[in-house]
Write a protein that binds this ligand. Structure first.
Ligand SMILES: Cc1ncc(COP(=O)(O)O)c(C=O)c1O
Ligand SMILES: Nc1c(O)cccc1C(=O)C[C@H](N)C(=O)O
Length: 422
């Protein structure tokens, strides 16, 4: 990095620790850190995999367990609002992805929701054009999306074409039923051009299905404004809902009436307690439900979402970019590049351009097999990121609780580890 290839333009670091203090002092979101359980000995940069615990969750869960479940038992489906929780919590996620009311439901895992969205999209596309038989899927997709796309294709008689997202405008055509893309690439942190790619799909008469796992809660999505058809996303990353927290499913309101879910369950029936043999789908977001919701996980998520009260996603994005910029500058200043120390070098896989960057930085190690031991050593020294094969060090930046001092410390410790300091 001493050759400067990593640092954003014109941004040499004179005193990183001092600058971090100043940046934290000027940070309008700094007070939110207090809402999370964090320990001073650890810099937590893995919120893009599992978000930190919001303090409000513990008390809420204790109440759900002891009072709602322990005392009210079955009455809680009505009296504690359990039955309507998937829609209610969906309404809390909605503004964070730029969705108006009635379009988001929280239910099942992201993987399951990808199946609902993709087959739902194919069925919709084929109502008007039965010949549409191709799914376009990001070739570098998170694996579950690819596996499910293959299965969705087998179930619907479609074929799958894997391609780079930037190839979509040239590839989408009259045979395309749906395009499945990741808004932010989980490995590189690259942000895709959601408005342009959605428009390209629509121009060809296809539907756009977006995986928002690495963008929901990290940057503005503006699903409604850009005409996204279906979107899915995890709530345990930047939304801090807890391990295995249920995912969300967005179905654009204009499509809901015609959305034919491949997983119609009694919870998405128009009258669940009719226990009718014939399926009649519920109106609105509830059509995306399947079976009994996981109340404990959803209660944790609901409490976790309270931290967003009064927080503007635009401010979160501004801080995210400031954090990742600062990290790149600190890495460029602190991490030796070349034969000094351990001889390991790193280069950023994450685009330097803001418009192309999510809320993580991925550093590729050379040699690649050193990435795992480097990350292990970082964790041992209190800097928690993660490692993705073959040689990627991933650092996720959650603006609600990550400070600029965290960032400076993480880069400094990375420099010590790669420089061979004990
Ligand atoms: C981009 C992306 N899509 C899908 C998933 C899968 O989510 P889940 O395992 O919760 O179904 C993940 C994370 O695991 C992810 O990062
Ligand atoms: N869901 C995870 C899990 O159950 C265990 C470990 C990691 C995860 C993740 O979420 C991985 C994450 N989606 C990624 O971007 O790599």
């Amino acid at each position: 990095m001493s050759d400067g290839t990593l640092g954003p333009e014109g941004a040499a670091l004179s005193d990183g620790a001092q600058e971090a203090l100043q940046l934290d002092a000027a940070d309008p979101l700094a007070h939110l850190r207090e809402l999370f359980v964090l320990d001073p000995g650890t810099v937590y940069l893995d919120g893009n995999s599992l978000g930190a615990l919001p303090k409000a969750v513990e008390g809420r869960l204790a109440d759900v367990v002891s009072r709602e479940w322990g005392q009210l038992r079955i009455r809680s489906w009505e009296e504690s609002g359990w039955w309507t929780m998937p829609e209610r919590v969906g309404e809390r996620v909605a503004p964070l992805i730029g969705a108006g009311p009635g379009q988001v439901v929280v239910s099942d895992s992201t993987s399951v929701n990808i199946l609902k969205a993709l087959i739902g999209a194919v069925r919709l596309a084929r109502r008007d054009a039965p010949a549409r038989g191709e799914l376009l899927v990001d070739e570098a997709t998170f694996p579950t999306d690819g596996y499910i796309a293959e299965s969705a294709a087998r179930l619907t008689g479609c074929t799958v074409r894997a391609l780079a997202p930037e190839q979509v405008p040239g590839a989408v055509g009259p045979r395309t039923a749906a395009v499945l893309l990741n808004h932010v690439d989980y490995r590189t942190g690259a942000l895709r051009d959601l408005p342009a790619l959605t428009a390209a799909a629509h121009d060809a008469g296809a539907l756009a299905v977006w995986d928002l796992c690495h963008s929901a809660g990290a940057l503005p999505v503006e699903a409604d404004a850009h005409g996204v058809d279906f979107a899915v996303g995890c709530t345990y990353k930047f939304l801090n809902g807890g391990p295995g927290a249920p995912a969300f499913l967005y179905v654009r309101s204009g499509l809901q009436e015609r959305f034919d879910s491949p997983l119609p369950g009694w919870n998405s029936h128009a009258d669940p307690f009719a226990m009718a043999p014939d399926y009649r789908p519920a109106a609105g977001a509830a059509r995306g439900r399947v079976g009994t919701p996981d109340i404990l996980s959803m209660a944790a998520l609901e409490a976790a979402l309270a931290v967003w009260e009064g927080v503007r996603i635009e401010d979160v994005r501004a801080k995210s970019l400031a954090l990742t910029d600062f990290f790149l500058r600190c890495v460029a200043a602190y991490v030796p590049n070349g034969p000094a120390g351990t001889g390991v070098s790193v280069r950023s896989l994450t685009p330097a351009e803001h418009a192309l960057r999510g809320s993580q930085i991925a550093l590729l190690c050379d040699p690649a097999e050193q990435a795992e031991p480097v990350m292990k050593e970082l964790i041992a020294r209190g800097v928690v990121g993660d490692f993705r094969r073959p040689g990627v060090l991933r650092f996720g930046f959650t603006p609600l609780y990550t400070s600029f001092q965290d960032v400076e410390r993480a880069a400094r410790v990375l420099g010590e580890v790669i420089g061979g300091a004990r």
